[in-house]
Design a protein around this ligand. Structure first.
Ligand SMILES: Nc1nc2c(c(=O)[nH]1)N[C@H]1C(S)=C(S)[C@@H](COP(=O)(O)OP(=O)(O)OC[C@H]3O[C@@H](n4cnc5c(=O)[nH]c(N)nc54)[C@H](O)[C@@H]3O)O[C@H]1N2
Ligand SMILES: Nc1nc2c(c(=O)[nH]1)N[C@H]1C(S)=C(S)[C@@H](COP(=O)(O)OP(=O)(O)OC[C@H]3O[C@@H](n4cnc5c(=O)[nH]c(N)nc54)[C@H](O)[C@@H]3O)O[C@H]1N2
Ligand code: SF4
Ligand SMILES: [Mo]
Length: 739
């Protein structure tokens, strides 16, 4: 029996774990008590990763579709040569831009996977790159491109030092924090209150986090209105920090003009926040010595997502809270990220436009919401082959029904996954990926998100099960068989040079080591003893804390606008405010607004095959007592939710946590007939069939999916339904909640 130290790569705090390994098998995972940040904390999902690791349903050999719709086991050699041959034929006949790639959320937790797939797509010369980002973070990146010139400059809420946190559309007590890496975030939030500060949670639902702090009910998709009204009050009442602004920003007067028409009295009906409450909030924010507004997925999946992300930073800037302790700060990585982003050409926004819909690229990706149309729309550049790695877009993108149908029209669909889920079941090939316990790793994209600067390296804890391979190895092999020169990205070129010097195969590891060693904190290949290298990190398996706090006062250096100022009134934002003002009302027959929620024991779509996480629970639609009475719904009985695009059925959970007028349904359910048997047995409904598949309905500036605020109606389902009741004294399944 051996113990190995590693870290969890399911969600963003990246908690430290220790693994018990017996005979090459992980038999237990525990929270790592010696991890300097997570200090013995891990959530039930992290612990349950053992069950994913050893899941009998995991795909551990390459699979090929059979004519009867099943799968058969094939060798890696057969799979890769057939895939390479078919991709190459498409490339010759129709061009590299007939081949696309969608990478899902777990991809970003691997340092090597995104780098290699970007290199592959670059080598192909294809613009068809899609990701979970358009359902998650791209609005944030687009806003940063407009504000700072650099999409990757994402401000962090300085929870450690703030006196006032206004949190919009985030539920970190369940999600554990996102676009900021703070292990034990609950304690950090409690500490704000303990030192006399405040945490205000703007959310249409009284969430776990809202209950623990101060709840400000906002209307779905109401954040832009609320933020405009806050700015209006800040300007009108002379609360702006003019001194700081004169040093930091440009466009202040223009922004003032843009928000003039949005006094709280006028925005209230749309924001859901009464005028008096909005006025007081603006004053409290401005009066707090150190305050910060932070927004997460609840603010990213609406009609005005980029505008909202932009306005959040605008409030922070105008109150003098940008780039200062306790405000919105810009984390730094021990690696020269700004330079890497610049050299690799990855830090783009709007450099290219999509064929369908004309959307600007965000970090080289287009909205996943247009994939279906890219497949079905004839003409040059039509998407004919798709590789999906670490994603389940059939359950995660808007207009799931349209995508599900479009996938059937592809010449080739290849999925690289741990399971045959709802997307992989449509694939020609399913290729077995390693889990994070079976690969070495480095928290590359998260380094600048840590509030406490930290760095770590982990080796694989166990060898891959069966024939599973790391994604980068699969991509490397595919590229070689297609005769594509990998190394199209600057870091990869570096890896190639470093590897050649050392006589090694170019690998992510050689690349990372070269980057680390040559970074300002590196060991400079021996010139700076004690500096960073993989060797040094391996000697410190619990990771290394690099400083107490992220630095502040360096924003000017990092902004890439020529004038080195924060741009507060770009034309794109003026146009977005105009669209907000003129947006047509929802149809009268769809009177309710649908939003999502995350559950403590789910992780998007992929942890529903873990028996210990699924015990006695089910998916449900939460609704207020008022609306339940109005629409004749009974607690625990099935209801039907219909939008302009689809209909789903699921049990009702009546709760006064939900603001009247709102229905709440978690995503990631709707498992059917795939290779994950526990998930399939728990089924549920795919809420994204209710979202619009129409490119015209995606948010304009980043192509964000509209997954929150969907107009719907709800009705009871007659007795003919065989859906089970969910709440009963006999202990039937209930929804997962900490309330
Ligand atoms: N309605 C609604 N829809 C949403 C959201 C919402 O809030 N509401 N949230 C959106 C957000 S924020 C996200 S991030 C997306 C997620 O959407 P996706 O990223 O498309 O899907 P996931 O459900 O995360 O599925 C991940 C897949 O990767 C596999 N996997 C897990 N680990 C690995 C690995 O290491 N390697 C490989 N190759 N495969 C692996 C899993 O088996 C699973 O099939 O969903 C989005 N969709
Ligand atoms: N347990 C668990 N943890 C997770 C995940 C998971 O699936 N399960 N997923 C991970 C992923 S991929 C991500 S991206 C993060 C997301 O992290 P968070 O964004 O913190 O997580 P959510 O729970 O989706 O919180 C979004 C909140 O927005 C609210 N909301 C919905 N619409 C609106 C709106 O229009 N305005 C406002 N102000 N609020 C609104 C919802 O009620 C919800 O409480 O979580 C990560 N962590
Ligand atoms: S909160 Fe849970 S899932 Fe997220 S990193 Fe920590 S242990 Fe893993
Ligand atoms: Mo996400």
């Amino acid at each position: 029996m051996a113990k190995a130290v590693t870290y969890c790569r399911i969600c963003e705090p990246l908690c430290g774990l220790t693994a018990t390994v017996e005979g090459g098998v992980v038999t237990a995972l525990r929270a790592d008590r010696e991890h300097p940040l997570s200090r013995g904390f891990a959530c039930p999902k992290g612990i349950a990763m053992t069950e994913v690791q050893n899941d009998p349903d995991r795909v551990v050999h390459p699979l090929r579709r059979t004519p009867d719709g099943g799968f058969e086991r094939v060798t890696w050699d057969d799979a890769l040569s057939d895939i390479a041959r078919r991709l190459d034929a498409l490339r010759r006949a129709h061009g590299g831009d007939s081949i696309g790639w969608y990478f899902g959320n777990p991809a970003t937790f691997s340092y090597s996977h995104p780098l290699w797939l970007n290199g592959f797509m670059r080598a192909l010369g294809s613009p068809h790159l899609y990701s979970a980002g358009s359902q998650d973070t791209n609005s944030r990146f687009a806003a940063s491109a407009l504000l700072y010139g650099a999409p990757h400059l994402v401000p962090l809420p300085d929870i450690e030092r703030t006196d006032f946190l206004l949190m919009l559309g985030a539920n970190p007590l369940v999600s554990h924090g996102s676009l900021v890496s703070v292990p034990r975030i609950r304690e950090r939030l409690n500490a704000i209150v303990k030192r006399g500060g405040r945490v205000v949670v703007g959310d249409p639902r009284r969430t776990e986090t809202a209950r623990a702090f101060e709840h400000l009910p906002v209307a779905p998709d109401g954040d832009a209105w609320l933020l405009l009204s806050l700015l209006n009050v800040i300007f009108q009442d002379g609360l702006a920090d003019i001194d700081t602004c004169s040093r930091q920003v440009t466009g202040l007067a223009a922004l003032r003009g843009l928000v003039r028409d949005f006094p709280p009295e006028r925005t209230g009906p749309n924001s859901g926040v009464a005028a008096e409450a909005a006025r007081k909030l603006a004053h409290d924010l401005a009066a707090a010595p150190r305050a910060v507004v932070y927004g997460r997925t609840g603010t990213c999946l609406g009609q005005h997502a980029t505008l909202v992300a932009f306005l959040i930073d605008a409030v922070n800037a105008v109150t003098g809270n940008l780039d200062r302790p306790g405000g919105a700060i810009f984390g730094e990585s021990p690696l020269p990220v700004d330079e890497i982003v610049r050299l690799s050409g990855l830090g783009t926004y709007g450099r290219t436009r999509s064929r369908v819909g004309g959307f600007p690229d965000v970090l080289g990706t287009f909205p996943a919401g247009i994939m279906a149309r890219e497949i079905t729309t004839p003409g040059p550049g039509r998407l004919r082959a798709l590789i999906v790695s670490a994603g389940n877009p059939v359950l995660s993108v808007p207009g799931a029904t349209a995508l599900d149908a479009a996938l059937d029209e592809l010449d080739l669909l290849v999925c690289v996954d741990l399971y045959v889920g709802e997307t992989a079941r449509k694939a020609d090939y399913v290729l077995p990926a390693t889990t994070f316990l079976e690969r070495e790793d480095f928290p590359l994209p998260f380094l600048q998100n840590y509030l406490t600067p930290y760095v770590t390296w982990t080796e694989a804890v166990v060898p891959p099960r069966g024939e599973a391979r790391q994604e980068w190895e699969i991509i490397d092999e595919l590229a070689a068989r297609m005769g594509l020169g990998i190394g199209a990205l600057a870091p990869q070129r570096l890896a190639h040079r470093a590897a050649r010097r050392l006589g090694l195969r170019p690998s992510p590891r050689t690349m990372m080591d070269a980057l680390l060693r040559s970074s300002p904190r590196g060991d400079w290949f021996g010139l700076r003893p004690g500096g960073l290298s993989i060797r040094k990190l391996r000697k410190n398996p619990h990771g290394i804390v690099l400083a107490e706090h992220q630095p502040t006062g360096r924003l000017r250096r990092r902004i890439t606008h020529r004038d080195r100022r924060v741009h507060l009134a770009p034309d794109e934002i003026a146009a977005a405010i105009e669209r907000l003002r003129t947006a047509p009302p929802a149809p009268a027959d769809l009177p309710l607004r649908l939003i999502g929620l995350r559950e403590p024991r789910s992780h998007n779509s992929w942890m529903h095959n873990v028996p210990s996480l699924m015990r006695a629970r089910t998916q449900a639609a939460r609704i207020s007592p008022r609306d339940a009475a109005r629409y004749g719904l009974t607690d625990g009985a099935p209801c039907e939710i219909a939008s302009a695009h689809g209909t789903i059925r699921l049990p009702v959970l009546i709760t006064d946590d939900v603001t009247p007028g709102v229905v709440v349904v978690p995503h990631g359910w709707g498992h059917e007939g795939g290779g994950w048997r526990v998930a399939t047995a728990n089924g549920g409904a795919n809420v994204n069939v209710l979202a619009s598949p129409d490119p015209g309905d995606l948010e304009k500036l980043a192509g964000m999916a509209r997954l929150n605020g969907i107009p719907v109606r709800v009705g009871a389902v007659g007795r003919e339904s065989n859906t089970e009741h969910i709440v009963s004294p006999s202990g039937r399944p209930v929804p997962d909640t900490e309330n």
